[in-house]
Design a protein around this ligand. Structure first.
Ligand SMILES: *[C@@H]1O[C@H](CO)[C@@H](O)[C@H](O)[C@H]1NC(C)=O
Ligand SMILES: *[C@@H]1O[C@H](CO)[C@@H](O)[C@H](O)[C@H]1NC(C)=O
Length: 793
């Protein structure tokens, strides 16, 4: 500084005479010496004092004062060049130094030189810009200029922009009025939405001074970025039948832009196979969801694109693959391809009843089907022919008689969880085969019928059942042909073919036939027919239909047997024995004897059981020669039947006596032709006598034979029928049977009409008259036959 001042001083001196010029820099401290005026003007210090030298500035402020003692000019006040001269250069203070005594005027010019005391200054310290990022390079922006009050080299010299990534400063130095910045590199809001720059203004002083200003740039968005999917492929899976609204995935996309430029809209694109009906995407948030009925059975997977678009038209697409997961939503479907309505009960095992096809639209386990029969006990089984074909076959015996109809339920279920199933019921009829024979309800039948029935009377019914059906169970009854006593059974009984009722064909006679057996066959209507038979026994019950028959004394027409009783006979003398028989049996054949009337009832009596006529008192001379007795024989049936026999007894010691008496008898009865009848009577008596002799001999002979037989069999002969002791004859005393047996022969022999049946007694069986009109005599033979039969064992 001192050096500078010195230079100025030298300069002033050299230029001005009578006039002094000084040059001082501004802003010198107070009291600083501007110049030695006394010396420069050649004035004496005394003159200055005496002349009362002073400085005159007129109205101007006095920055400088005169020091008279020293004769120098001093800085009185701060001198600011900028305040005094603004930008005018050079800047000088014009002073007048006035001296008095004499008045002298001296001009003093004090030039104020600039020092760099002002920095460049911006009016505002901040500028704001909003610039769209898409702005083209080369765009200009006018900037505020800075102001530096200093002049010259101390004035504003240059600007500086920092940083200069995007913008460059374009200014033409000092001369340029404008300061501009130029876009030299594209802006990118997405990288740098705000840019801060500093503009510096610099002067040329030393030291240099600067002023700064902030430039704030807000980068406005341009739609310069396309939205971008965050994944190029989205995969999702969804179960079929998922409800609408089920979220599958969220497609995400980003757009670096902001605002509408960054607002992304999602949409489904390139959808085929109806995917656009099944899926929807929320256009704002990209949530992909179900919007329709998804059926795995239609499509197993869908593929489509999602397009993301911003509001400026930029877009991107990403691929979406949605796999559909099968759900077990389809029941197995059972189709019956063919079936039999009916099978025969004798069908072979393995007979196919139905062919079945089963399908399930699901896949995997959901479509794996298993079929079975609902009722495992049925005689059928399901045979798997292939994956989806089954046949229903018989696997056990089928018996229509056990079950004639089956409802076979086939149940098919898949292996899904939970499993779905469906079933079908086949009804199957079992047709009948004639495999059951009729069966009688009893293993044997026995029935009784009272003799003397009406022909055609129904006795009872046999019944058979057949487990088969209809025709195979239609039973016909028939007689098995057999012979009863040499006669076909059909002449005894008949069977009603439909009802099994057994009818008597004829009237039965217990005395001929006590029972008989035959077989009835039941036959069904099958082809071939099956049959079974059962034995039937018919027992004929006795009725008191026969009166006792008097065998002795024999009643012959017109003549009478006369028993001789010696007058000397003792009491109890056996006059004779009335022999009677009753072909009935049991009670009906129990006979009792009674004296009905007699010439002298006190003389004779009849044994009630044995029919023996005995004297019950001594015969006296007063008793008449001829005595007439009537003996009645009665059986025990209900009602009883009886027979009466007249017995003539002669009380005489000799035959002539008797004869005369009997002549009397006949004389009385037959008055006419007396002689003729007498001769006839004699002949008859003689004949009867001979007959009696033969009869007695025969009886004797028979008894002898019986006794021989009795001894041989040790007396163990059963005596049937049973007679109560009162009525029974013992074997030894001559039973009724013996006499009867004998008498049968005799009787049959004596009846002329029955001669064709006459057989010897030893022949026990005779053929029966088919017409059923046998006379009593022959019934007797049949009875005898019975007697023989029971003795055979
Ligand atoms: C079979 O089904 C039919 C009809 O549903 C029924 O009338 C019949 O009684 C059933 N049969 C058997 C043996 O269950
Ligand atoms: C009667 O049935 C039996 C079996 O019960 C049989 O042995 C017999 O041959 C049958 N008789 C006739 C004549 O059919």
């Amino acid at each position: 500084m001192a050096l500078q001042v010195l230079v100025f001083i030298v300069h002033v001196i050299s230029l001005v005479r009578g006039q002094v010029s000084y040059s001082i820099p501004e802003e010198m401290p107070k009291g600083s010496v501007v110049g030695n005026i006394a010396q420069d003007l050649g004035l004496d210090l005394k003159r200055l004092k005496s002349g009362n030298g002073r400085i005159y500035t007129g109205d101007s402020a006095t920055y400088i004062e005169l020091n008279k003692e020293r004769g120098v000019l001093l800085v009185k006040e701060r001198i600011d060049r900028e305040a005094i001269c603004k930008q005018i250069t050079p800047c000088a203070l014009h002073l007048q130094i006035i001296l008095e005594d004499p008045i002298e005027l001296y001009s003093v010019n004090v030039e104020i030189t600039d020092i760099n005391d002002n920095a460049p200054v911006f009016k505002t310290n901040e500028m704001k810009f909003e610039i769209i990022e898409s702005l083209l390079i080369g765009a200009r922006f006018d900037l505020e200029r800075a102001i530096d009050n200093d002049v010259g080299v101390n004035g504003l010299q240059s600007y500086l922009l920092n940083p200069t990534d995007n913008f460059a400063l374009k200014s033409s130095g000092k001369s340029s009025k404008n300061v501009e910045m130029v876009l030299q590199k594209s802006l990118d809001r997405e990288k740098q939405p705000q840019i801060a720059l500093t503009l510096s203004a610099m002067d040329g002083g030393d030291p240099q001074m600067t002023g700064t200003m902030q430039i704030l740039i807000t980068v406005l968005d341009a739609n310069d970025n396309a939205p971008i999917c965050s994944q190029s492929l989205y995969k999702a899976s969804v179960e079929e039948n998922s409800p609408k609204g089920t979220v599958l995935a969220t497609v995400r996309a980003s757009d670096a832009d902001e605002g509408l430029h960054g607002l992304i809209q999602y949409s489904i694109a390139n959808a085929v196979d109806g995917a656009s009906e099944l899926f929807e995407i929320n256009d704002h948030n990209g949530v992909l969801s179900v919007s329709g009925n998804i059926d795995f059975e239609i499509m197993h997977a869908y593929e489509f694109d999602v397009r993301v678009t911003d509001h400026g038209g930029h877009s991107d697409t990403c691929k979406v693959i949605i796999d559909i997961i099968d759900n077990n939503d389809n029941k197995p479907v059972i189709n019956i391809m063919s079936k039999s309505k009916e099978i025969s009960e004798n069908s072979k095992l393995g007979t196919v009843i139905a062919a079945i096809n089963v399908q399930d639209a699901d896949s995997g386990d959901n479509g794996n089907i298993r079929c079975s029969l609902l009722d495992a006990d049925l005689p059928f089984t399901l045979r798997s022919e292939s994956n989806s074909f089954f046949s229903l076959v018989t696997d056990n015996e089928i018996d229509r008689e056990r079950q004639s109809e089956y409802n076979v339920t086939v149940l098919c279920s898949d292996e899904g969880v939970p499993s779905l199933s469906s079933s079908v019921t086949l009804s199957l009829m079992i047709s009948d085969v004639n495999d059951n024979a009729p069966e009688f309800e009893k293993s044997a039948y026995e029935a009784a019928i009272v003799e003397n029935n009406k022909p055609g009377l129904s006795i009872f019914a046999v019944k058979a059942t057949d487990a088969d059906w209809k025709q195979n169970a239609r039973i016909s009854y028939m007689l098995e042909d057999s012979m009863i006593n040499g006669v076909s059974v059909s002449s005894f009984v008949s069977v009603s073919a439909d009802s099994g009722v057994i009818h008597a064909v004829r009237s039965f006679d217990f005395e001929q036939l006590k029972d008989f057996n035959f077989r009835v066959k039941a036959q069904d209507g099958g082809s071939p027919p099956l049959s079974s038979n059962v034995s039937v026994k018919i027992i004929i019950q006795d009725q008191n239909d026969n009166a006792p028959q008097i065998l002795y004394p024999v009643k012959t027409s017109g003549s009478l047997v006369t028993e001789l009783v010696p007058r000397s006979a003792d009491v109890g003398y056996l006059v004779t024995k009335v022999v009677a028989v009753d072909v009935d049996s049991g009670q009906n054949a129990w006979l009792s004897y009674k004296l009905q009337k007699g010439t002298d009832r006190a003389l004779f009596d009849v044994g009630a059981q044995n029919g023996e006529i005995r004297t019950i008192r001594q015969v006296t001379d007063k008793d008449a020669v001829k005595q007439k007795l009537a003996v009645v024989v009665e059986d025990n049936g209900q009602p009883p039947r009886s027979a009466t026999v007249n017995v003539n007894v002669a009380l005489a010691d000799s035959f002539p006596e008797v004869l005369s008496e009997f002549t009397d008898f006949t004389h009385k009865e037959y008055n006419d032709n007396l002689t003729f009848y007498l001769v006839m009577a004699l002949a008859v008596v003689s004949f009867l006598f001979i007959v009696s002799i033969i009869a007695i001999l025969s009886v004797k002979c028979y008894r002898w034979r019986r006794e021989q037989m009795f001894y041989k069999s040790n007396g163990n002969l059963p005596v049937i029928p049973y007679y109560p002791p009162l009525y029974a004859d013992t074997v030894g005393t001559g039973t009724l049977q013996h006499v009867y047996n004998y008498e049968v022969c005799r009787t049959t022999d004596s009846r002329k009409s029955d001669q064709k049946y006459g057989r010897s007694c030893s022949q026990s069986i005779i053929s029966l008259d088919p017409a059923g009109t046998l006379p009593h005599a022959q019934k007797g033979v049949a009875s005898a036959d019975f007697d023989e039969q029971v003795r055979k064992p």
